[in-house]
Design a protein around this ligand. Sequence first.
Ligand SMILES: Cc1cc2nc3c(=O)[nH]c(=O)nc-3n(C[C@H](O)[C@H](O)[C@H](O)COP(=O)(O)O)c2cc1C
Length: 280
Amino acid sequence: MGPVQRLKKDYPWIKTPLVVGAPMRLIALADMAVEISRAGIGFINWGASLTASIPLIAAYRPAAVWFFAPSSLASLAEWATQTRAASPETKIWVQVGSVAEALDAVRNVKPDVLVVQGTDAGGHGLVRGASLIPLLPEISDALRHPGGGGDGGEGEEGEALKQDDTPVLLAAGGISDARGACAALTLGASGIVLGTRLLAATEANISRGYQAEILRAQDGGQTTVRTKVYDQLRGTNWAETHNARGVVNRSYVDAVGGMDEEENRRLYEEEMGKGMRGGG
Ligand SMILES: Cc1cc2nc3c(=O)[nH]c(=O)nc-3n(C[C@H](O)[C@H](O)[C@H](O)COP(=O)(O)O)c2cc1C
């Protein structure tokens, strides 16, 4: 069965080409999930607490769960095992940013869907990454001939995977219109994921100041940056392997200008305290 047939079998309500709304922590909440689900597919995002999440997966039996940036390969495998035990019909999606991550995930978790995330993506991703143009075909080839890459686990002798063990590939990162979607399909994806594009949606749980900045930003390579500054200011502790792409704002300019981190955090919190009016 080809990837598009598999998608239609696993999620009979979808239309193809598949367009998926990315999980965006604290932003893609119920309003956006409902609007997007009307157009296509159900998902839940992955919270950090396995013990809190498994009973919810067992109770609500989502069509799919989406895993991203696990603390270790072993923890990813544990999430997958417990999810399958709690809800065998739930499909497992894993977002990856490199060939090695893709092979590790496929060997250890056998995901139904691999979301291939290129470095143009908004939000978090690998510090050392690649754009979708080289990454998608390389992952697609590596899955067909999985020798090399990965962590050197079993089955690395270059044996091709059985077709049903090969995950469906979706593309994420820098796609905001039909041209980007078509390009991703040409590269070998069976569907696409939109994150940043949906920050412009009414249903996005972000301040209007933040939303206005997203809409104002043009020439993205110049007006956005991959950095750890925003995590430092928010106190979110991501591993050294990850940073995040965000709009260049006053906090970033002050940080690289040498402002004391505590003072910068105070200004950030002051802005956040303005609620929906803030974030500009
Ligand atoms: C504001 C924002 C928050 C995000 N939060 C998450 C998240 O909580 N979990 C996750 O797996 N990916 C998250 N992502 C990354 C998306 O899954 C996806 O890779 C990315 O949005 C795709 O690139 P695009 O933003 O250019 O469309 C986030 C992205 C953005 C823009």
